[in-house]
Design a protein around this ligand. Structure first.
Ligand SMILES: Cc1cc2nc3c(=O)[nH]c(=O)nc-3n(C[C@H](O)[C@H](O)[C@H](O)COP(=O)(O)OP(=O)(O)OC[C@H]3O[C@@H](n4cnc5c(N)ncnc54)[C@H](O)[C@@H]3O)c2cc1C
Length: 399
């Protein structure tokens, strides 16, 4: 009997490999290995609906727990892979079991980066990646409590927004002068800074954290010579790809597992989602994308490749965020020093920003304007007069 597919990492990308296979009627053996004791789930809600106590964690599941068995998936949600042998086509699990595979998919995601700071291990210092992390933070949010967020990235800012909505006093400490600068550049980074200040966040930029203080539990964060009082702290300083299994197996690892445009690290070894540093044929370079849409699409792409189709990693990246009453979607890849033009009103909070490099559209972001992603995606790579881009009278489809 065929050994089938072994998928390491029971996350979003993994779930979409399986859905693609089973929706196509493919019934090869599939084994899914997880380490959280949970079926695959969507993490965005951990910093939004679940954190805001508007939804419970099981609402995040891609499929409910029973779906896997019902679809002939050997799902082991709490038996992680500890070794991969690409010559033997086998995976060893923490339980000691050794599984043979025809194809293996590494979908191990990423984990929160930590900082080598004094006091980082104090009770009350949190990171956010998993369901228990979100529930712990949510349980600690109370009117009048003080939260210090270290790092004004997407997760840090979403947590800041959820905390403000719960009546928590929030300070955000960011080392660069402009938050989200690497993702959005100066102009839109400042827009997000203002959004948070308007909502009562004490956002400090250009400030470096030197330690976390407290006796028995956290009492404050030391930064720039000041002590910022805190009842809880969120460290949101990025994520590290879980690439150890690949590294130990002798596969190329460089900011994630290096894969080609068919997401292959080696013959019959794929890597997808947050852990993959993948060759994007449209952008002509490798990307490691830590976003929801990427995990879904790369999972589906590997599913199609396993079904015998030929397809490539050829799409523009996409992501979204929700903070307070702002919802946005971003498609493409702008550079920090690209030109930015705006269609609509930043003051009113409904606009589309375009990034341009030498007149060519590199990215677009719609803020509180919906159902335009595919129209915006179609503009990327085209040379368009900025005056036409910013003229709301010209439909996007006529540009
Ligand atoms: C709080 C939060 C909010 C987010 N919000 C947004 C958002 O608003 N918009 C957006 O676009 N993206 C968002 N993201 C990003 C998005 O959730 C990720 O890009 C996506 O989850 C990546 O999916 P993945 O399958 O690659 O990895 P994951 O979902 O991390 O799944 C990987 C799984 O593999 C497990 N694993 C690791 N090693 C092993 C092993 N050896 N054996 C077995 N299992 C293993 C991990 O524990 C994990 O369960 C958010 C992420 C977080 C954490």
């Amino acid at each position: 009997m065929a050994a089938g597919v072994v998928i390491v990492g029971a996350g979003l990308a993994a779930a979409h490999v399986i859905s693609t296979l089973r929706e196509a009627g493919d019934d090869r053996p599939v084994t899914l290995l997880g380490d959280e004791g949970e079926p695959p789930y969507e993490r965005p809600g951990l910093s939004k609906s679940v954190l805001q106590a508007k939804a419970e964690a099981d609402s995040l599941y891609v499929h409910d727990r029973d779906w896997y068995g019902q679809h002939a998936v050997d799902a082991r949600f709490a038996d992680p892979a500890v070794a991969l042998d690409v010559a033997q086509h086998s995976v060893r699990l923490a339980s000691g079991a050794v599984l043979a595979y025809d194809d293996v998919v590494i979908a191990t995601g990423a984990r929160p980066r930590t900082l080598p700071l004094p006091g980082i291990g104090l009770p009350g210092v949190h990171t956010l990646r998993r369901i228990p992390d979100s529930l712990a933070l949510r349980g600690a949010f109370r009117e009048g409590r003080r939260l210090v967020v270290i790092g004004a990235g997407w997760i840090g800012l979403e947590v800041a927004a959820a905390a403000r909505e719960a009546g928590v006093a929030v300070t955000v400490l960011e080392s660069s002068e402009v938050p989200l600068r690497a993702a959005l550049g100066d102009r839109l980074g400042r827009y997000f800074a203002e959004l948070h200040r308007r909502n009562g966040v004490d956002l400090r930029t250009g400030i470096s954290v030197s330690g976390i203080e407290g006796q028995g539990s956290v009492a404050g964060v030391r930064a720039g010579g000041d002590l910022f009082g805190a009842d809880l702290v969120l460290v949101g300083v990025g994520a590290v790809p879980n690439a150890e299994l690949a590294e130990q197996a002798g596969l190329a690892v460089d900011n994630g597992i290096v894969v080609d445009s068919r997401l292959r690290a080696h013959e019959h070894v794929f890597a997808i989602g947050d852990v993959a540093h993948a060759a994007n044929t449209t952008l002509g370079r490798r990307l490691r994308v830590e976003h929801w849409d990427n995990a879904i699409r790369q999972g589906a792409l590997v599913g199609r490749l396993l079904l015998g189709e030929d397809a490539r990693y050829d799409w523009q990246p996409y992501f979204y965020t929700d903070q307070y009453t702002l919802g946005m979607e971003y498609v493409g890849r702008g550079a920090v020093d690209d030109d930015v033009v705006i269609r609509g009103s930043e003051e009113a909070g409904t606009f589309i920003a375009f990034w341009l490099r030498r007149g060519v559209v590199t990215a677009a972001m719609n803020v509180n304007i919906w159902d335009v992603t595919e129209d915006l995606r179609a503009l990327i790579g085209r040379t368009i007069d900025p005056q036409r881009l910013t003229d709301s009278g010209i439909p996007l489809t006529d540009l």
